[in-house]
Design a protein around this ligand. Sequence first.
Ligand code: GDP
Length: 437
Amino acid sequence: MKQQQSTPPPLPQSQPPSLSQAGGAAAAEGSVVANAISNLNGTNNNNNSIDATTKTRPPLYPKPKTPSFDKDRDYIGFATLPEQVHRKSVKRGFEFTLMVVGESGLGKSTLINSLFLGDLYKNRQMPNVEERIEKTTRVEKKTMDIEERGVRLRLTVVDTPGFGDAINCEDSWRVCTQYIDEQFRQYFTDESGLNRRNIQDNRVHCCLYFVPPWGHSLRQMDLDLIRRLHRKVNIVLVIGKADCLNKTEVRKLKERILQDLEDNHIQLYQFPECDSDEDDDFKQQDRELKASIPFAVVGSNTILEVAGKKVRGRQYPWGVVNVEDAEHSDFIKLRTFLISTHMQDLKDTTQDVHYENFRAQCISQISQHALRERGKLKRDSISSTNGFDAAISETDRLLLQKDEEIRRMQDMLTQMQEKLKQTHLMEMKKNDSVIDV
Ligand code: GDP
């Protein structure tokens, strides 16, 4: 068969930016993400933002060229299938839900703002000491629509304020597990319903779990929560405020955390194997990402000028921590992993592993329930049949009794008739004798 002659349109750059490039790309991406966040805050008038009234949105991915049937007699055309799928999914848009868990003050909000270049926590209220003693963990959801080169992403950040604040932390993990299960349940219900075309996917695709930098390893409460969540969601561990530690301390803390996870048979999100046909740069980047787990991150909402360049960083008396410098923190690696390289795999793992587990449990519970109900119905019908038998025998007994009574009365009647007959005969004989005389 002849090779395809009409060249399909080039795919948009599918290779992720290299780790060193990613920082530079941030500024360009930033405007888009910042637009989205101001959208969220209701302050964006930019026509490029996504809302119901959007008319001037930049064109989506270019339509693949229709092959010319006249020229390409041997051309079937299925080689354009990937482009068709690509175009369709770009048109539909993407959804991603990120859950952020960790005790307050670990830099979660700052990191989320740094990742998505905005201010998601503008109206945040900090609880005082008394409130924190009794405080229960809540779930707060923030959704924003982001658009980048015509690709639309609906990002939902699920925060858990109050996590670990109360003296009793049991409620903290319960809130998280309940929320995750609730989203699965909703999806399962929607999927089993009549209209399955427009199901909104609110399932949690990734959970960033923040570990404090000041411990020696994972604490009991960390292990408790991770143990309860690791079969429900893709957990990615993050060491917050990593600028508190030097390089050796970061390395040692990472080693101890990984050891703790292994000792407790906890499996965090597993990075997929890199395909052998990927180019060397991609393979190198994949190796670096895997080697950095758990990511030791630094966040900042401040833009500083260092050597004439504007950077997101933290100014200390002894110097500046550049958040986007790979030598200072794993921030860029985390962002590359979460947004550029593994977002789809996180979604696939949620669908194929975690949701499948939940679905299998649901179906087995439903069938067990149905079996129990059927058993109960059977038992009920048997017992009602037995009752019927008992009722019948009681009626029979009464009928027999009545029959017996009737029979006895008939006997008595017959005897009386017999007596009457005899009396009558005797009287007749008496009369005859009188006449004879
Ligand atoms: P959250 O309660 O976990 O959301 O924590 P916040 O993001 O509100 O941060 C709490 C405090 O820590 C704020 O004063 C931040 O400026 C500071 N902070 C945030 N990220 C970092 C970091 O990476 N390093 C350091 N040293 N401080 C941070």
